[in-house]
Design a protein. Structure first.
Length: 502
């Protein structure tokens, strides 16, 4: 798992906190094909399934996208689902309609919808400070002690969390000292924050006295028929999960999160996620009000990119589209009506979903590849006729064949004596809140960031280890007496050191 290394932009094992489940009582659905009338675009024209699939096949072929699952909604109905490519390219296994993918940040949209259902029940007030719901001060909870000397946290509300205006960083590892810090006065401007989402999860679970997975299952997954969606790992899905693939199309093992994380642990299928979109696009009565609140723009976007610097440098095109963030979703306006979007990005998984609210049309794209974003715009345009999604603001780099790298030689595992393996067991600290656990089991070595989910380290030599499908290596170092003191992590782009602490 080792998600703290993802927090510094590095995929250590496979990004963590992702999950998949089959929910009892829900039937497995077959694939869906469009009618003979073809696929309707947001401009009112149509395209044929054959033409759309031709575009997709060409796009994923040239970019090296291992696998892609697609669902398209027309007139608030799912009219098309299809899978392209590999579930695990190394193993030669193909995707099907019930293969689950790492949803990454699409997790946040499901959580936003759940939270707004709870506000509709009167359990949460969007504008009431979060701390008012907690039985003790926030800094006394694990992971929040660093906020004790900053009174600004008292102002944070659920609306600020869902509109990403809390002032918290996306990840605490992005701060100068790796600790959780407020970057600006809560409510003053937009800054995408996974940390904020996790804070709101704490509140939701406290108020409801229930865990996120149970809440999501009861309020969202089961009612909407999302039979293959979960925030936690289910062993029943071990044989039908999309393996993450890096830029060289090497497959690695999926993450297996034991606990739910609202910011990123969702596993789902394109068909299931399209059921969510149909549910919100077709909402009526009390739920329609919830959905309208969710999609109402809350804060204008003024940054050049979703991440990084550039405040006040929004491109003219995005200004014209009134790019903004609502509650859990980004929004923009087009000649074809209002639209809501979200991206999902982690090592070996890149996803995109966009819904045109007035048209009742949407597309869901789930990939198990580090290469998908480069061709996402042309696939969205081909399937939905959408040429307004803010891919430039999201930081998607359009496909350029000159940028494709030649794959290095793949690392080959070798056998290492169990006595050597045993010496590496222990805990290693990479940052203030980043502890990696290493355990030995006979002649095999495993790593974990939570002590619950473990991934195997393969030996390149007696001191150098790697993970399946990754170029990243870990070298264990010893002092003059032969005692293991630290491990050096070579990401290919940077060298990191984790000190052994026990």
């Amino acid at each position: 798992m080792l998600d703290h290394l993802d927090h510094v932009g590095i995929r250590f094992i496979s990004s963590s906190l992702v999950a998949v489940a089959t929910l009892s009582g829900c039937a497995i659905h077959p694939g869906v094909s469009a009618t003979n009338s073809g696929l309707r675009t947001v401009s009112g024209s149509t395209t044929t399934v054959t033409e759309f699939e031709r575009v997709v096949d060409a796009a994923i072929g040239k970019a090296g996208v291992a696998g892609l699952s697609v669902a398209i909604v027309n007139d608030r109905k799912i009219v098309y689902t299809h899978q392209f490519g590999w579930k695990d390219k190394d193993a030669g296994t193909r995707l099907d309609d019930t293969t689950v993918f790492a949803g990454a940040s699409l997790s946040k949209t499901v959580f936003a919808y759940l939270t707004l259902l709870l506000t509709g029940d009167g359990l949460i007030d969007l504008d009431k400070p979060l701390e008012a719901y907690l039985p003790r001060p926030l800094p006394t909870y694990p992971g929040y002690a660093d906020l004790a000397n900053d009174d600004r946290y008292h102002a944070i509300t659920a609306r600020m969390v869902l509109s990403h205006t809390t002032g918290l960083p996306n990840l605490r590892s992005e701060t100068a000292d790796g600790r959780l810090r407020l970057m600006f006065q809560p409510g003053s401007r937009f800054n995408y924050s996974g940390e904020g989402i996790q804070l709101l999860q704490l509140l939701v679970e406290t108020v409801t006295k229930s865990d996120l997975e149970t809440l999501a299952r009861d309020r969202v997954f089961v009612p909407l028929g999302m039979a293959h969606t979960s925030y936690v790992w289910r062993d029943a899905f071990a044989n039908n999960v999309a393996a993450p693939h890096n830029e060289f199309e090497w497959a690695s093992d999926p993450d297996r999160p034991p606990t739910a994380n609202a910011a990123g642990s969702l596993f789902t299928t394109a068909h299931d996620y399209a059921r969510l979109l149909v549910g919100v696009l077709a909402a009526r009565g009390r739920q329609e009000k919830v959905v309208e609140t969710m999609f109402t723009p809350t804060v204008p976007i003024t940054s050049f990119r979703m991440f990084g610097r550039g405040v006040g440098a929004l491109s003219p095109g995005n200004t014209a589209k009134h790019l903004a963030w609502a509650l859990g979703w980004g929004t923009f306006e087009t000649p074809n009506g209002r639209a809501a979007f979200h991206t999902g990005h982690k090592g070996g998984a890149q996803n995109y979903a966009v819904a045109f609210l007035d048209r009742g049309a949407a597309i869901v794209l789930l990939s198990n590849s580090d290469n998908f974003e480069s061709v996402a715009p042309e696939i969205v345009a081909a399937g939905l006729g959408d040429r307004d999604s803010p891919f430039d603001w999201l930081g998607y780099q359009l496909f350029d064949p000159a940028m494709r790298k030649v794959a290095p030689a793949r690392l080959v595992a070798t056998q290492v004596p169990a006595s050597v393996i045993a010496a590496y067991a222990g805990e290693y600290q990479l940052g203030p809140d980043a502890v990696t656990r290493i355990k030995a089991d006979g002649g095999r070595l495993y790593a974990s960031d939570d002590g619950q989910s473990w991934d195997e380290l393969l030996a390149k030599s007696e001191a150098v280890f790697f993970f399946k499908g990754r170029t990243l290596t870990i070298t264990f170092a010893k002092d003059a007496s032969g005692k293991v003191t630290h491990m050096d992590i070579d990401t290919g782009a940077a060298m990191l050191r984790a000190q052994r602490i026990r």
